[in-house]
Design a binder for this molecule. Structure first.
Ligand code: CA
Length: 251
C-alpha cells in the first residue's frame, strides 16, 4: 500500500538529533520522527550530542536539559554559536523561568515532560516548516562589498571580515546584519526584524532578536568603544549607526 503524502509527514531526508539520556523518552521521540517519515538519531549525553550535531548536521534538534557530561543549556549555547538549526527543548521541569531561559538562550520551542506524542509531532513539523520558510526568504543583495570601520561584508560571497579576518556568521546573523546595513541610522522595531529576518511575526518572540543581536555584536567586536554601533532602543528595537557616522571624542 502506498502512503499518500499527508500533513503529518515531513521530508524523508529530514534528520532529527535527539539528545536525551532517558532511553524510553529518546525512543518515543525517535518513533514520532520515524512515523513522520524522518530519521531520528539519539545521543544519550551532552558531549556526544554535540559531536553528533557536527557530524550529522541535523535539520532539527530535540534537546533534554538534564543531561550527563554537559547539560542542555551548555549544548544549546555551543549549537547557537554556529547554527540556527531549530531546537526544541524537552524538560521535566515546568518552571516559567526555565521556559524563559530556554527561549532567551536561543531555543525555538519548549515542551514539558510528560508530553503527548501528537503534540510533539505537531511541534516538530511547525519548527521544520518555519525554518524552511525563513531560510528560503529571497533577499536582494546590495552590490559588491560594504565597508565600515574595520568591518567588511562581501555580499556575493556572503563573507564577513573584521580587521581582515573572516568571521563565521549563521544565516540568520548574516541576514540580520544585512538588514541593519541597509537601514543605517534607522530605528528598526523588533517586530519588523522578526518579520524580515525570521519571517515569523507572531511565533518566537523578541528574545530571539535580542540574543541574536548579542551574538552578532560579540562576533563583530561591537562592544566596549563600539557598543553604540548596534544600539538597543528600549521598548522598541535596534539601530545600526555606521562607525564612520559616529562622532568619536578626541583622545
Ligand atoms: Ca534527562
Amino acid at each position: 500500500m502506498t502512503t499518500a503524502m499527508s500533513t503529518d509527514q515531513i521530508a524523508g531526508t529530514t534528520r532529527v538529533l535527539i539528545i536525551e539520556d532517558d532511553p524510553s523518552i529518546a525512543e518515543a521521540v525517535r518513533r514520532v520522527v520515524a512515523k513522520q517519515n524522518g530519521t531520528g538519531v539519539v545521543a544519550s549525553d551532552g558531549r556526544n550530542g554535540l559531536r553528533n550535531f557536527f557530524e550529522e548536521r541535523p535539520d532539527l534538534v530535540v534537546l533534554d536539559i538534564g543531561l550527563p557530561e554537559m547539560d542542555g543549556w551548555q549544548v544549546l549555547e555551543r549549537i547557537r554559536d554556529l547554527s540556527e538549526v531549530p531546537v526544541l527543548i524537552l524538560t521535566a521541569r515546568d518552571l516559567e523561568q526555565d521556559k524563559v531561559r530556554g527561549l532567551t538562550a536561543g531555543a525555538d520551542d519548549y515542551l514539558t515532560k510528560p508530553f503527548g506524542v501528537q503534540e510533539l509531532g505537531a511541534r516538530i513539523q511547525a519548527l521544520l516548516r518555519r525554518s524552511q520558510t525563513a531560510v528560503s526568504t529571497p533577499a536582494a543583495e546590495p552590490p559588491s562589498v560594504y565597508r565600515d570601520g574595520n568591518l567588511e561584508v562581501d555580499w556575493p560571497a556572503r563573507e564577513v571580515r573584521v580587521d581582515g579576518e573572516v568571521v563565521g556568521l549563521t544565516k540568520l546573523e548574516f541576514q540580520l546584519l544585512q538588514t541593519f546595513v541597509r537601514h543605517p541610522g534607522q530605528a528598526l522595531a523588533t517586530q519588523q526584524l522578526l518579520e524580515q529576518v525570521w519571517n515569523d511575526p507572531f511565533g518566537i518572540g523578541p528574545e530571539r532578536v535580542k540574543f541574536t543581536v548579542l551574538r552578532l555584536r560579540r562576533k563583530l567586536g561591537w562592544h566596549d568603544e563600539y557598543k553604540d554601533v548596534l544600539e538597543a532602543i528600549r521598548g522598541y528595537g535596534y539601530r545600526y549607526t555606521p562607525v564612520g557616522d559616529r562622532i568619536t571624542p578626541a583622545e
